[in-house]
Design a protein around this ligand. Structure first.
Ligand code: TEU
Ligand code: CA
Length: 538
């Protein structure tokens, strides 16, 4: 009776566990806190949660550096706390996706401890080791996303090791079959514990070029900052050999086969500013690969307009027509979109309504349902190594990682009873708390609930095909169809009122609860600022 297709069109709520709810008063969010807040999450109407890493970790990259894949970091709780997350979520009808960071481990992982000891141990080839060039410099020119060479010299082993991210995040060697087997066992472990799927970190970094060829330079006009801020020289290189290797697909097929009996779904994170959608096409191309890839198109850059939204959707159709994107506006790595695009409340409403209607699944990042802006974090409070590296040109990722605000009459916004929290709660966030918005019928939180419910009420919006996304001035519009249901959607993506001809044929206006316009007597739609129009074919 399990629905293998549950992920298609799902709304996934992303939890950054350090900052969701602290249940034991140490100033850090934890799994017990998630259990406490699950009724709230269920009240949003989301299908699933994605929990950022809670595994054993020295926390150099706040959990994206794992030292034991099959245990919970004591900071976050225990395996039985995790079981409580799963059972509570399932009882509320919410699925659980966990964040598997398989491309690299922490340098504190026992596998690395063994591997680094010498060149002959059992795990000698579990990481990517290479000799220095004759002059002692790294084996090639590959760069790390977090700054500098992607190679770190190791005195004991007298070799360099590869790290695409922090020095303390050595890359696993996916060319070693035993590594792949060990990682598939990790997936099996969690599937047996009841998880419904995975968010897979950086799936396009799994394999590397075995010959370790130098990456070519990227022409200046192609350097953009989707994956890393523009101050980072990483953007000056085309990562031809350090990522996107065709053999990634072989591993992903094995992983999918492991997931299949559990009806589990994966959303693969593909970090590539130039070829992201092309790679999405490759990685979601068949039933034996990823169900979804995470789309970066709305996670950086200028505020999307009717035209750029139509362009993105067209590129998805061209590159990944048989695949399925998972959209997001905000996450734990980027500036919150309320600030990044400087959006007024009406625009925040329009953007989430749009996301609920686009072909694809959708990720909502904790706090965006409250309209939280990016928090200002002072240099003294900074925690993110990526921010510390490039400060002040790039202030890092702490501004989107500050604690959730639950109630404004409470110390630390109801997040924690500790004297001090790991990142300070933003004062600007306080009056936007969940409790404040629950009491205010006009609050954004209620709009998020209604927009999610609207999608769930219409299979065409969740699972349907579309006839191509088009734009006319500031209006973006399209039609979605599933089985016998056909829905027309139009959105005025601007401050300026706009007229638009009503679609031909017989239609019934729907979605008035999320602001849908009505067709006027002259057969036109008069769309106010940021106003949508929705209609179902009769
Ligand atoms: O991010 C991968 C990735 O693409 C990053 O470069 C991201 O774009 C960057 O943080 C810039 O904003 C994943 C995780 O989401 C991130 O938190 C981790 O730090 C990273 O992998 C390494 O595991
Ligand atoms: Ca805690």
């Amino acid at each position: 009776e399990k629905d293998a297709d549950w992920w298609r069109g799902a709304v996934i709520y992303q939890i950054y566990p350090r900052s969701y709810q602290d249940s034991n008063g140490d100033g850090i969010g934890d799994l017990g806190g998630i259990v406490e807040r699950l009724p709230y999450i269920a009240s949003l109407g989301v299908d699933a949660i994605w929990i950022s890493p809670f595994f054993t970790s020295p926390m150099k990259d706040f959990g994206y550096d794992v030292s034991d894949y099959c245990d919970v970091d004591p900071m976050f709780g225990t395996l039985s706390d995790f079981d409580a997350v799963v059972s509570t979520a399932h009882a509320l009808g919410v699925k659980v996706m966990i964040d598997l960071v398989l491309s690299h481990t922490s340098d504190q992982h026992p596998w690395f401890a063994e591997s680094k000891a010498d060149k002959t141990n059992d795990k000698a080839d579990w990481y990517v080791w290479a000799d220095a060039k004759p002059d002692g410099t790294p084996p090639n020119n590959w760069l790390s996303i977090f700054g500098g060479s992607a190679w770190q010299w190791h005195g004991e082993r007298e070799q360099y090791y590869l790290h695409n991210f922090l020095v303390s995040q050595p890359d696993l060697n996916f060319w070693e079959p035993a590594v792949q087997e060990a990682l598939l066992d990790v997936a099996r472990f969690w599937l047996h514990r009841g998880v419904d799927g995975f968010r897979l970190d950086t799936i396009n970094f799994y394999m590397h070029d075995r010959e370790l060829r130098d990456n070519p330079a990227l022409p200046p006009e192609q350097r953009n900052s989707t994956i890393a801020p523009s101050v980072n020289p990483y953007n000056h290189q085309e990562h031809l050999y350090s990522k996107n290797q065709p053999e990634n697909l072989d591993f992903l097929r094995k992983l999918r086969a492991v997931m299949e009996p559990f009806n589990a779904a994966a959303v693969g994170e593909v970090g590539d500013a130039q070829r992201g959608l092309e790679i999405m096409g490759e990685y979601t191309a068949g039933d034996d690969l990823m169900q979804m890839c995470y789309a970066f198109e709305f996670l950086s850059g200028a505020q999307p307009t009717a035209k750029t939204i139509a362009d993105v959707m067209k590129r998805v159709d061209e590159n990944a027509a048989d695949g399925w994107a998972c959209w997001a506006y905000s996450n734990h790595d980027v500036v919150r979109h309320a600030t990044r695009w400087d959006l007024p409340p009406a625009a925040l409403r329009a953007f989430v309504s749009l996301m609920m209607c686009l072909r694809g699944s959708a990720c909502i990042y904790q706090g965006e349902e409250l309209g939280l802006p990016e928090a200002d974090v002072a240099f003294e409070d900074l925690q993110d190594p990526y921010g510390i590296q490039f400060w002040p040109k790039f202030k890092g990722r702490d501004g989107c990682r500050t604690p959730m605000v639950w109630a404004s009459d409470n110390q630390h916004g109801g997040f924690s009873d500790a004297p001090r929290t790991w990142l300070p709660v933003s004062h600007e966030h306080m009056h936007m708390s969940v409790a404040d918005q629950e009491d205010d019928p006009g609050a954004l939180l209620h709009h998020y609930r209604r927009a999610i419910a609207f999608r769930h009420a219409h299979a065409a919006l969740a699972k349907g095909d579309h006839d191509g996304v088009k734009h006319d001035g500031d209006i973006v519009y399209f039609t979605r169809t599933h089985d016998s249901e056909t829905i027309f959607c139009a959105f005025n993506m601007s401050e300026t009122p706009s007229d638009f001809p009503a679609p031909k044929g017989t239609w019934r206006t729907i979605g008035t609860e999320i602001g849908s316009a009505q067709v006027s007597d002259d057969g036109h739609l008069h769309l106010g600022p940021w106003q949508p129009y929705f209609a179902a074919a009769i």
